[in-house]
Design a binder for this molecule. Structure first.
Ligand SMILES: C[S@@+](CC[C@H](N)C(=O)[O-])C[C@H]1O[C@@H](n2cnc3c(N)ncnc32)[C@H](O)[C@@H]1O
Length: 317
């Protein structure tokens, strides 16, 4: 959570004059995260509500224009830390397709370094910490993740031979404006995430990945058909299916069952059809699931719980 955004949201809620200004936006654009990110994109001061409100009134036209042309599409490379053990356990070589890829920063899991820390006192004979680096040496991006349960921490990186993405509105890691927007989407207090984002952008810029513009349900079959023969095609997504209505979620799940792919999902609990029902058949665990936890599922079967930004991973027995 962001204490700053909480204070701003509470301030706006009690400020009818500013509410009527914000209400000039179409209903679909009246999202706190979008308006606050657009304001920070244009330099709004992070701090007390009165100073923010005064700034917003003065710069409203600029902020409104950005709200109309932009969307909330945070790209969090930290999520690779929860995807990696599942990817590394699949038979390679792998062809990765990310749907809802944003700028594609989660399409480079083998190009980041990882520090996995045991959170359950199981030292694993290595002081409770496991470092993993790309094959050509340490990355400027080090993803930290606390793990519990029998997580199969990889010894080496998965062999990824091909990668591509799909997004309604792909962001380009080579565009300064797109990267500035991605930075503005990160909550003010999360400076560690902004630093990680910049480092991940520098990695991704070395080998940019194609991201097809379009709807995931419409584009997925054609993209799967382009993957190289002999590779295991893995279609994955994190924090995406919440944007779809139920019909489209079901349609996507049906395509995953029909296409020759492995399907790795990392989403909020009630988002992927059937996953929560399968998880709730594990009663001992269902009691203690934090409401914000994502469920990592392979081919629709839950395999782990994940902190939404990839800071921790609990592998299911
Ligand atoms: C919250 S962002 C997550 C980005 C990335 N998966 C990550 O975890 O960092 C969600 C992304 O899904 C995309 N998206 C939403 N609905 C989509 C659809 N129907 N087809 C393709 N992309 C979609 C949005 O444009 C946005 O970039």
């Amino acid at each position: 959570m962001s204490a700053c955004y909480e204070a701003w949201a509470a301030g706006v809620a009690n400020d009818p004059a500013l509410v009527s200004v914000i209400n000039q936006l179409p209903a679909v654009k009246r999202q706190p995260n979008l308006v606050f990110s657009a304001a920070r994109f244009h330099g709004a001061p992070v701090g007390e509500y009165p100073a923010f409100a005064a700034w917003l009134r003065e710069h409203w036209d600029l902020v409104a224009a950005t709200c109309l042309t932009h969307a909330t599409q945070t790209n969090e490379p930290g999520r690779c830390a929860v995807l990696l053990p599942a990817l590394a356990a699949l038979a390679g070589p792998l062809a990765l397709i990310e749907v809802g890829a944003s700028a594609g920063l989660c399409l480079h899991p083998d190009r980041y370094s990882y520090r996995y820390r045991r959170g359950d006192g199981d030292g694993d004979g290595d002081g409770g910490e496991r470092m993993l680096h790309p094959v050509d040496g340490p990355s400027p991006v080090v993803l930290e993740c606390t793990v519990t349960g029998p997580v199969p921490l990889p010894e080496r990186m998965p062999d990824i031979v091909w990668r591509a993405g799909i997004d309604l509105n792909p962001l380009d890691v080579r565009s300064e404006a797109d990267v500035a927007w991605l930075e503005a989407l990160i909550w003010p207090e999360h400076e560690d995430r902004r630093e990680r984002l910049r480092a991940a952008v520098s990695v991704a810029r070395q080998q940019p990945v194609e991201i097809v513009r379009g709807d995931l349900n419409r584009e997925i079959a054609a993209l799967v058909a382009r993957a190289p023969a002999g590779a295991t095609v893995v279609v994955f997504h994190t924090a995406v299916l919440a944007y779809l209505d139920e019909t489209d979620r079901n349609r996507f799940a049906a395509q995953m069952a029909e296409l020759p792919v492995r399907w790795l999902s990392n989403e909020g609990q009630s988002v992927v059809p059937g996953v929560l029902e399968r998880l709730s058949r594990m009663p001992a665990l269902a009691e203690s699931i934090p409401p914000s936890a994502f469920i990592l599922a392979l081919d629709g079967e839950p395999i782990a719980l994940a902190q939404p930004h990839g800071r921790s991973l609990h592998w299911l027995a």
